[in-house]
Design a protein around this ligand. Structure first.
Ligand code: TMP
Length: 234
């Protein structure tokens, strides 16, 4: 597969067309942003680590019956993915309070939630990805009722699978963000799952193994990503 035309460039990835109209190449960059791109930087070899980590996770999800856009790993920075029409929503699932939920509700970081929560955000950088609810999604036709249902069910199912997956690696899945896309008449998981899009705390030490190290200048950012890659590769 060769890259033909760049069709999208986001903060962390680029998408290229290929000879096959149904397949795209997803290229992972080292660029890192936080707080809606107010903070910018690079994390050395992040693109390589996230490409490999996301591939491992997509493969594990496939083995558990969860379809995603992932087709195959091509090289260190690129994976082949199905071309989907992205639903303009970010779905955030949380198992413990952290990040924006603590700010919103005045919670202590790490507080256990009695059950997982789900938030929808409208994918729009200019607006800072505002939180929306099902009524907004329906009224603005971002997704149909069936699609909202299927995204919700799938997101909680992915949470159960990933919680177990990371627990085996002595990592607790605190929260994460998902994106979905339409292909034919189905909705499948798209984008990436990596330390950029999850909060991952090492069990026992509570060490943060995710992008919060970059967001909050905690140091040892590359090492944290490397440690996640090492564990998912076991
Ligand atoms: P938050 O606490 O900042 O709302 O983030 C919740 C989770 O979603 C966290 O694991 C990081 C991830 N996330 C993204 O992947 N992209 C984003 O743009 C944001 C805001 C969060």
């Amino acid at each position: 597969m060769t890259k033909l035309e760049k069709i999208y460039e986001g903060k962390a990835k680029i998408l290229y067309t290929t000879e096959d109209p149904d397949l795209l190449i997803q290229y992972f960059k080292d660029d890192a942003t936080a707080f809606n791109a107010q903070k910018k930087g690079t994390i050395a070899e992040k693109g390589i680590m996230n490409n490999h980590i996301a591939a491992k996770i997509f493969k594990h999800l496939a083995a558990e019956g969860i379809e995603s856009h992932f087709v195959e790993l091509l090289n260190d920075r690129e994976m082949l993915v199905k071309r989907v029409q992205i639903v303009p929503l970010e779905i955030i699932i949380r198992n413990r309070a952290a990040g924006s939920l603590c700010r919103l509700l005045g919670l202590t970081e790490g507080m256990t939630l009695a059950s997982p929560t789900l938030e929808f955000c409208y994918k729009d950088d200019a607006l800072g990805d505002p939180q929306v609810n099902e009524y907004h999604i329906r009224a603005l036709k971002w997704a149909s009722d069936d699609e909202i249902r299927s995204i919700t069910t799938e997101a909680f199912r992915i949470n159960e699978v990933l919680k177990k997956f990371f627990l085996n690696l002595k990592i607790e899945l605190i929260d994460f963000k998902l994106e979905f896309g339409r292909v034919q008449n189905r909705i499948i998981l798209a984008d990436e799952i990596s330390p950029d899009t999850c909060r991952l705390w090492e069990i026992g030490t509570g060490n943060k193994l995710d992008k919060d190290r970059f967001r909050r200048d905690l140091g040892h950012v590359e090492q944290a990503y490397q440690e996640v890659l090492r564990r998912v590769s076991q």
